[in-house]
Write a protein that binds this ligand. Structure first.
Ligand code: TXA
Ligand code: MG
Length: 315
């Protein structure tokens, strides 16, 4: 199949409405969209990505009025989170309504809902005029795409269109919060931190490891974020050849062994680190790098999301 590259939002929305697959930019990463009300279209997402069928999709909306038909109910604390963070890089897991196809939720009785904070995404979702199911637009297990070129690299020839936009602003996927219990539980960390959430809902907490394994966030069970190079947290050991480094500071052992790192990226700050990470993975891959060394950061705020992605990429 030919993959159309376009900047025309109306054209992209028309293709989606025909039941076909369209990748589009958001503030976090590029998504691979299908009409969330069309089970056959949604099934094509799993095929194109090679995604395990037990991993549910997030439903994207452009307007708060689209929430109600998707869900059975919205607890008051979830409404408060929407007031505070929609549109934004936050996904709320809510009890689903019968109108959401099983293909979207992987058979779970919940649905993830998110309203992206991105002008192209909002225009596209608005023109589509329906909820759009979308995972990150990468081949399953690969780093999420932060540029349209990365989408083309992974899914060119496998999807109908790519709505081209700029590189994404956040660079890590949305914070996923389970709202089906008495208080919010963070299933996946993102740029909206636990501290941010607690300003609105003070009893928000992070999921314990066993809660994740018990299947509340199926995505955490699968292989993730891996480029065709080994990812390690910390400096290269003496034996590494053709290594790369990304971090806030230069690698400590650089003077001792100047030949170790053939590609080095010193980021400006934590935001820049998050924004750059997945593109750096892909860059290293294209250079035939063997080991990508990533400087660890403090586990607070965005640092927690970053360390989560690094650990899973290095696993
Ligand atoms: O920023 C993002 O969230 C991006 C953009 C495109 O919106 N999307 C994204 O989708 O990262 P995906 O499919 O790559 O990751 C969605 C995560 C998975 O870990 C999935 O298991 C979890 O959200 N998830 C989705 N629906 C869920 C549900 N009903 N219950 C628990 N976890 C859910
Ligand atoms: Mg993903």
């Amino acid at each position: 199949m030919d993959t159309l590259l376009t900047t025309d939002v109306q054209q992209a929305a028309a293709i989606l409405r025909e039941g076909r697959l369209v990748a589009f930019p958001t503030e976090t990463v590029y998504g691979l969209g299908a009409d969330a009300t069309d089970a056959e279209a949604v099934a094509r997402i799993f095929e194109a990505k090679g995604r395990p069928a037990d991993n549910p999709l997030i439903v994207h909306i452009s307007d708060r009025t689209q929430v109600e038909p998707l869900v059975a109910n919205v607890p008051p604390f979830a409404s408060e989170l929407m007031d505070a963070f929609f549109p934004g890089p936050l996904t709320l897991v809510l009890p689903r309504s019968g109108r959401v196809p099983d293909a979207v939720t992987a058979g779970l009785d919940t649905v993830g809902v998110r309203m992206p904070d991105h002008h192209v995404a909002r225009a596209f979702l608005g023109a589509a005029g329906r909820p759009v199911a979308a995972p990150s637009a990468n081949r399953s297990g690969r780093p999420s795409p932060t540029t349209w070129q990365a989408v083309e690299e992974d899914l060119g020839g496998r999807i109908d269109a790519i709505l081209k936009g700029d590189p994404t602003r956040v660079g890590l996927e949305s914070t996923v919060v389970d709202c089906t219990r008495s208080a919010p539980v963070v299933l996946r960390h993102g740029s909206i931190s636990l501290d941010d959430l607690r300003l609105v809902t003070p009893d928000a907490r992070s999921a314990a490891g066993d809660e994740l394994l018990a299947g509340r966030s199926p995505g955490t069970r699968h292989r993730h974020y891996r480029p065709d190079a080994r990812v390690v947290i910390g400096p290269a050991d003496g034996t590494s050849r053709r290594a790369a480094w990304i971090g806030l500071d230069p690698p400590a052992n650089r003077d001792r062994d100047p030949d170790t790192y053939v590609h080095v990226r010193i980021v400006d700050d934590l935001d820049d680190y998050a924004r750059s990470l997945f593109a750096f993975f892909r860059e290293c891959e294209a250079m035939g790098i063997g080991v990508i060394c990533c400087q660890p950061v403090e586990e607070s705020g965005l640092g927690r999301a970053l360390m989560d992605r690094l650990r899973r990429a290095a696993f």
